[in-house]
Design a protein around this ligand. Structure first.
Ligand SMILES: [Zn+2]
Length: 179
């Protein structure tokens, strides 16, 4: 155990049976490399057709993430090229909270969901994308920060199940009025 490093196996939510040796932290770079699609140049989401999305409206588009061990992992993006929540123009910013709530409710309607985590990292792709991670009800070890890490560690669900869950989320969004 490296001095000052916590034994993460003490966390009920730690996904691994043993703790590996933490890597040494590299010194910070002076200038970070550009993220994918920065400034809208060669931006994959901007170039994607609506047909590639699970659900769309005039302002927002929703992607189903698969494969995954969890049903209903989706990403919400603004249709316009905006690079952070902080940069959302006023009209989109006003609609963002209600839209996040709508997506959470649509995912929850799948049933068997304990919580729907909302994450916005944005270190890879520049086009704003907000992750929704449903935690299966009763899976207490999956609570909190490590849920996405469990997502890498657990076996993926069969793709048909994931696609079916995605269709149900899209149906729920179509049937759900704005609040
Ligand atoms: Zn873009």
């Amino acid at each position: 155990m490296v001095m000052g490093v916590r034994d993460l196996t003490e966390f009920e939510s730690w996904p691994f049976a043993e703790t590996g040796s933490p890597r040494a932290l590299d010194p910070p770079v002076d200038v970070e490399p550009p993220r994918h699609g920065e400034g809208g140049e060669d931006c994959t989401p901007c170039a994607r057709a609506d047909d590639d999305y699970l659900w769309v409206d005039d302002d927002w588009r929703l992607t189903l993430f698969e494969p995954s061990p969890f049903l209903g992992v989706v990403l919400l993006e603004p249709r316009a090229h905006v690079e952070s929540i902080a940069q959302l123009p006023a009209d989109l910013a006003a609609g963002f909270g209600p839209m996040v709530g709508r997506v959470q409710r649509a995912i929850t309607s799948l049933g068997g969901i304990g919580n729907v985590h909302v994450n916005c990292w944005g270190d890879g792709g520049a086009h704003l994308h907000v992750w929704f991670y449903p935690r299966p009800y009763g899976q207490l070890q999956l609570r909190g920060t490590f849920l996405p890490v469990w997502g890498f560690a657990l076996p993926d669900r069969p793709v048909e199940q994931t696609l079916a869950a995605g269709r149900r989320i899209a149906d729920a969004l179509r049937g759900q009025p704005d609040r």
